[in-house]
Design a protein around this ligand. Structure first.
Ligand code: 5GP
Length: 122
C-alpha cells in the first residue's frame, strides 16, 4: 500500500492549482478531460478524497463516496454523448498496470470503436 502523495497532479487539480477542463462535478467527484486523449472522448473521473487507487478506495471510502463515484462514471458518458454508442471504463492499479498518477481515476473512453481490451497476453 503506497502512502497518498498530496502533491500528485490530480491533488493539485482538486486544489485548483492546476487547470482542467471540467466535465462534471459534485460533492464527492470531479470529472475532466484527459490532457493526452487516447480516443475522441477520454474523460478521467476521480473521487475528491485522498485515495491512491481502486483497492485503497474500496477499503477506505464511505458508502456515499462509493455511490457518487460509481454514478459519476455513467453521468459523464451521458454528458459527452457516448452512452448510446458505447464506451470503455479502465482503472490502472499499481506498477504492472502502469498507473502513472497515484490518485484513483477511472478512464472513460469512447466516441469511436475502442479496439482490443488489452495488448498483453498470458
Ligand atoms: P494512468 O496511467 O495513471 O492510468 O493515467 C494517467 C492519465 O492522466 C493519463 O491518461 C494522462 O494523460 C493524464 N494526465 C496526466 N497529467 C494530467 C494533467 O495535468 N491534466 C489532465 N487533464 N490529465 C493528465
Amino acid at each position: 500500500n503506497m502512502a497518498y502523495d498530496i502533491n500528485n497532479i490530480f491533488a493539485k487539480i482538486l486544489r485548483g492549482e492546476v487547470p482542467c477542463e471540467v466535465i462534471n462535478e459534485d460533492e464527492h467527484t470531479l470529472s475532466f478531460a484527459d490532457i493526452n486523449p487516447q480516443a475522441p472522448v477520454h474523460i478521467l473521473v476521480i473521487p475528491k478524497g485522498a485515495f491512491t487507487d481502486w483497492s485503497d478506495f474500496v477499503s477506505r471510502a464511505n458508502p456515499e463516496e462509493i455511490v457518487a463515484f460509481t454514478k459519476a462514471i455513467s453521468r459523464v458518458a451521458d454528458l459527452t454523448g457516448i452512452s448510446e454508442t458505447g464506451y470503455r471504463v479502465i482503472s490502472n492499479v499499481g506498477v504492472d498496470s502502469h498507473q502513472e498518477v497515484p490518485h484513483l481515476h477511472m478512464h472513460v473512453l469512447g466516441g469511436t470503436a475502442i479496439g482490443p481490451l488489452v495488448t498483453v497476453k498470458g
